[in-house]
Write a protein that binds this ligand. Structure first.
Ligand code: PLP
Length: 261
């Protein structure tokens, strides 16, 4: 048996299994990679929202990272919920040691409005975490929170991308899924020189929990296979579009995207 590419998620746990590191590991498996996890926080969570969240000590995050990197090795990393300024700084310092692609999903607030990152951590995300990113994948709310650029149209997405790139990631993938009235889900991938607009039909399905985690993990998995960033993002968008179309009801609130489509 050949060893599959190894991908690491540094993220929070979703007890409901729809988002967070659970979505990441399912995505990594579906895309033919071996998924590994450094847990940053534990959430008590279901289809109705987040009922509680507890971050792990920085020491526990460092120890998990060391265990994985020193023995198994990593071909790509994805970061998700990092909770606090201390964990953002800890993770950024660990990533700076690695010479592999890093996908940063600058998770701020869940669809239900639950804070997954302290507002006091925003500065560390801008100045420490984003510079380590090969690709940063903010949605428009996260762009507004990180850069102050608020946009409701495609022209504004260019400004949003420039503002994110100013913090130092190699590429910015601006997710326009929340643009009002758009028939398609439109995302912009750019490194400041090349520009790739990705469009997919918007699905009339409310069961979208875990979309952002899934997209970022799919990009990391494809990068671990050796794709270029535009190839990886195109494949990841296709994967998430399929998973979204197949999102299903679970509990009484917002169900998860489906990884078995
Ligand atoms: N829970 C965890 C641990 C997450 O990392 C995320 C997003 O990154 C969410 C919940 C939010 O998921 P969604 O906004 O797709 O419902």
């Amino acid at each position: 048996m050949q060893t599959p590419p190894r991908v690491l998620t540094v993220a929070g746990s979703d007890s409901g299994g729809g988002a967070g590191l659970q979505a990441d590991l399912k995505t990594m498996l579906a895309l033919g990679t071996h998924g590994m996890s450094v847990v940053t926080a534990v959430t008590a969570q279901n289809s109705r929202g987040v009922q509680g969240a507890w971050e792990l000590p920085a020491e526990a995050v460092r120890a998990q990272f060391r265990s994985v990197v020193d023995d198994i090795g990593v071909q790509a990393v994805k970061t998700g919920m990092l909770a606090s300024p201390e964990l953002v700084e800890t993770v950024a310092a660990l990533l700076a040691e690695l010479a592999v692609p890093v996908v940063v999903d600058p998770v701020g607030v869940s669809k239900h409005g639950d804070a997954l990152l302290a507002t006091t951590a925003l500065d560390a995300v801008r100045t420490k975490l984003l510079p380590t990113a090969t690709v940063a994948t903010p949605n428009l709310d996260e762009v507004a929170q990180l850069t102050g650029v608020r946009t409701t149209d495609e022209t504004g997405m260019r400004r949003a991308a420039d503002a994110v790139l100013a913090f130092g990631p190699r590429w910015a993938l601006i997710k326009g899924g929340h643009l009002p009235g758009a028939a398609d889900a439109v995302d912009l991938l750019t490194d400041g020189t090349e520009e790739h607009w990705l469009r997919a039909p918007r699905h009339d399905n409310r069961h979208t929990h875990g979309t952002g985690c899934t997209l970022a993990s799919a990009v990391a998995a494809r990068l671990a296979h050796g794709d270029t960033v535009p190839q990886a993002v195109t494949a990841a968008k296709e994967y998430v579009t399929g998973a979204l179309a197949a999102g299903f009801r679970l509990g009484s609130g917002i169900g998860p995207v489906d990884h078995g489509w």
